[in-house]
Design a protein around this ligand. Structure first.
Ligand code: FFO
Ligand code: GTP
Ligand code: MG
Length: 453
């Protein structure tokens, strides 16, 4: 297996806090010779063994009593020779052992550099590397489960299957390039177009699942909007189970944006409570209103609150007009239903219309179900995938290229040109999985990892 970088890298791989044990990870060609210099236990070192001994400084003074595990290329996380020092988990101890490792010839690893090497050495593809980051940053068990499946290669094999389908069509096309005079093919034009449509649909589903993957891993932003006193802050408190926002019967209570986190079935949500939207001459409230309009822009889902126990007012109608032109999913909520329902629902042209009482909590379960459905779009967990922006971009280009190919084949253009488009299509898919990469993209990708990963 090729070793892409000659240096030996080292980092603390465990958390920067006092703990029972802390691990220093070291990787790169020649690292086992480095170990020999600083470890009281001398070689031979066998792969996948744990050795007891002491790390000493140049004068032979003990820096820590440790256990060292040995990995030999290519059978390690990075694919290189590597070892891990299990130290006592104090930051001072860990730092002195790390400094000793660097004194002996290693350099400090950059964030994600171990995983980058694993990728460059073919131990992981790019979608698996992305999954490693998500396994670590996931905020719920559900998100971890989804990331684990991707780490095991589920997504990679799905793309492989699609690639197989394309290769079959490419081979058929090659025959036509080589034998332009004869009609050797038993695959009809309709069948080819059907197969490409099928591929395109699969790619579209993956893209859609990746959008929802963002929701599961990064969270969903909700904005609460509505005229003063309808119960926006009450809803924030109800849904988060807190007393975070101040609730009074005085309209205009909330002036700045209040933000709070909660989760539904393992999907993280942030909810932004904003100032009630109305015409106002109060400077502070005006700024608040401006911010609430901005919150609508930032939100993934807008919760528009109305007082269901009264008729719609001019302010409500203005808000409805404003929201009608928004492309975002909007849930209209008729609050204060414990006081009876007087509002005319015909004037609320929203796909989701729910009744609620923040006072009794009635209707909350339905709201949570609706939020959960919109957040994950009904996509099954087994289909959800986490892709970064540039992977999604490549996927979009692949989807466009399918469109192009359908036209190519329908118009019976020169097979040599069709071949070029097929190549472009497989290249775009290779970018998603990381068979084709560029240095900038890898930089962006691995920078978000922690040190030592
Ligand atoms: N101490 C420690 N714990 C850890 C890791 C680690 O690197 N070190 N991991 C890392 O982040 C995760 C485990 N992932 C790993 C993945 C591959 C290999 C590895 O050595 N693979 C070899 C041998 C496989 C085998 O024996 O079957 C290989 O792929 O060839 C090690 C850990 C989580 N826990
Ligand atoms: N009866 C009843 N009263 C409610 C309900 N929800 C909220 N209220 C009351 O309505 C008043 C206003 O509630 P808030 O949550 O402060 O309203 P808001 O929309 O945040 O108001 P601003 O911050 O001023 O824009 C308070 O007196 C609440 O107790 C409800 O479901 N039923
Ligand atoms: Mg409020």
């Amino acid at each position: 297996m090729p070793q892409h970088d000659e240096d030996i890298i080292a980092a603390i791989a465990t958390g920067y806090t006092e703990a029972a044990i802390g691990i220093i990870r070291v990787s790169g060609k020649g690292c086992l010779e480095l170990l020999e210099k600083i470890f009281t236990k001398k070689p031979p070192y066998k792969a996948n063994r744990l050795y007891y001994g002491h790390i000493t400084d140049k004068q032979g003074k003990v820096l820590d009593e440790v256990l060292v595990s040995i990995f030999k290329a290519p059978h390690s996380y990075t694919g290189e020779d590597s070892f891990e020092i299990n130290c006592h988990g104090g930051l001072v101890v860990l730092n002195s052992v790390l400094e000793r490792v660097m004194e002996a010839g290693a350099r400090l690893a950059q964030p994600g550099e171990f995983t980058k090497r694993a990728f460059l050495n073919g131990k992981l593809d790019l979608s698996q590397a992305e999954a490693v980051a998500k396994v670590i940053s996931a905020k719920s068990k559900r998100a971890v489960d989804v990331a684990q499946r991707q780490l095991q290669g589920n997504f990679s094999s799905k793309l492989d299957e699609i690639r197989e389908q394309i290769l079959y069509l490419m081979a058929e096309n090659e025959v036509r390039i080589d034998h332009p005079e004869e009609d050797l093919s038993d695959v009809s034009t309709e069948e080819k177009i059907r197969t490409i449509s099928d591929i395109q649909n699969k790619l579209k589903q993956i893209l859609r699942a990746a959008e929802f993957g963002n929701h599961l891993f990064e969270g969903v932003i909700l904005a609460l909007v509505g005229k003063p006193n309808v119960g926006k802050s009450s809803l924030l408190n109800l849904i988060t189970g807190s007393e975070r926002a101040i609730v009074t019967d005085i309209p205009g209570t909330t002036r700045d944006v209040v933000k709070e986190q909660f989760n539904i079935n393992g999907v993280p949500f942030s909810i932004l409570d904003t100032a009630g939207i109305r015409k106002t001459n109060d400077t502070v409230e005006k700024i608040g209103v401006k911010r609430s309009l901005k919150a609508i822009d930032e939100a993934d889902i807008v919760l528009a609150i109305f007082d269901g126990s009264n008729d719609l007012t001019q302010e409500d109608k203005k808000l409805i007009e404003r929201l009608k032109s928004s492309a975002k999913p909007i849930i209209a909520i008729l609050n204060k239903t414990d006081l009876g329902i007087k509002i005319n629902k015909d004037n609320l042209p929203f796909e989701h219309l729910l009744e609620l009482s923040c006072k009794s909590g009635k209707g909350l379960d339905k709201l949570e179900k609706t939020l959960s459905n919109i957040a994950l779009g009904g996509v099954d967990d087994s289909q959800i995938v986490s892709l970064n922006a540039s992977q999604k971009q490549s996927l979009k280009k692949a989807i466009q290229m399918c469109e192009q190919l359908k036209n190519d084949i329908d118009n019976d253009i020169d097979p040599a040109l069709i071949g070029v488009d097929f190549m472009a299509l497989t290249d775009y898919l290779d970018e998603v999985i990381g068979k084709i990469t560029n240095e900038d993209m890898l930089d962006v990708m691995f920078k978000k990892f922690c040190i030592g990963k």
